[in-house]
Write a protein that binds this ligand. Sequence first.
Ligand SMILES: *Cc1c(COP(=O)(O)O)cnc(C)c1O
Length: 411
Amino acid sequence: MLNKHRLMVPGPTPLPPGVTAAATLPMADERTPEFAEVFTRVIRRLQHVLGTGNDVLMLTSSMTGAFESAVQNLFSPGERVLVLDNGLFGRRWVDMCRAFGLEVTELGAPWGSEIEPAAVADALAADPGITAVLCVHCETSTGVVNDIRSCAAAARSARGPEDGVLVVVDAASGLGACELRTDEWGVDVVVGGGQKALMTPPGMSFVSVSERAWRRQAEARLPRFYFDWSAAALAGRAEIPRTAWTPAIGVLVQMDAALAHLLDEGVEAALERHVLLGRMARGGFLGMGLRLLTPDRDANASVTAAYTPPGIDAERLVRHLADRFGLQMVAGSGAMADRIIRLGHCGYIDPLDIVTALAGVELSLHAMGAPVQPGAGTASAIQVLAHRGPGRLPQGALIALAADHTEENHA
Ligand SMILES: *Cc1c(COP(=O)(O)O)cnc(C)c1O
């Protein structure tokens, strides 16, 4: 049977038609005033999405590269940092900081749970030598969204206002899907990139850099070259603004189109849409009898993870979904690889995409012999959609209902 390909993973994500079309434009020279217009517009639009007046530097790399640029530009060998670690990406930043010779204090939480902001305050109080907190906004490996506002507030109040603790946030899969207010919340550095909620092919990433972060950057002594923020800032201030080195030109053009798409919808409207998608995904998984990895909270709006039923290997389920329905989802990471299925719903995803994905999951589970009633999950998701709107559906109400009649599957 013909199956359309449906990409439902938390990056890379589907592209709006206008973003795909932008890939067919003739190649441009990035040193021209015409391209500088595109380049500076992308930066302006990113500042809007980030909620910041800070510098935004464009880097040609995956987001791991952009995060590495933050480590290289902000710190000196042996410097003490606090890294919040409640999933694969938090873990990655612990390893990265150690690879660069930093003294890392880890603050963990179980996978699927958020980091307690009060624990951040305690960790900073316990070690006055810590100069920065590194945290993940949406921990894509589990779908949990950390409370960056409170973590940043804890960092802000831990020391004097001037030489306080720097706050560095990995917003890879959260930006454009989950609330993040860079300046209002006092976040110094945000690391992001195109291929998650920003609906752009992989290849370009970026960092936003506060005044305080620039002061640190001037003192920091780790080696840097390709990712030297000073080089990026210098090129950005040239008469014809550009990147320090050749960027992924085509990807920048596509990012410009994608950001136009996002701003057309409106950043706040996009956040609301993602909240709805998250509610539908959680309601759907619960409705088909699966247990969620993360709490049923509106904040968790970018990716939803659930345990597969007993005896169902998640990797096999992913294979089945792809082979039978053309539906691309992803299993868990690390120790959870065989027990977790993840539905990515950040970016160019609408409510009926969620219904379709859930239909695939329940059909596959049924075919694989799990005790799942085809239609139960989609029905719950459709109920969420039908009753959306402020005041009409208390958060978690339908989901709790759905959970009720499925509890026995996991008892
Ligand atoms: C996708 C992602 C990254 C970056 O991954 P790259 O493959 O390097 O682009 C970093 N952090 C989080 C939370 C992510 O979801």
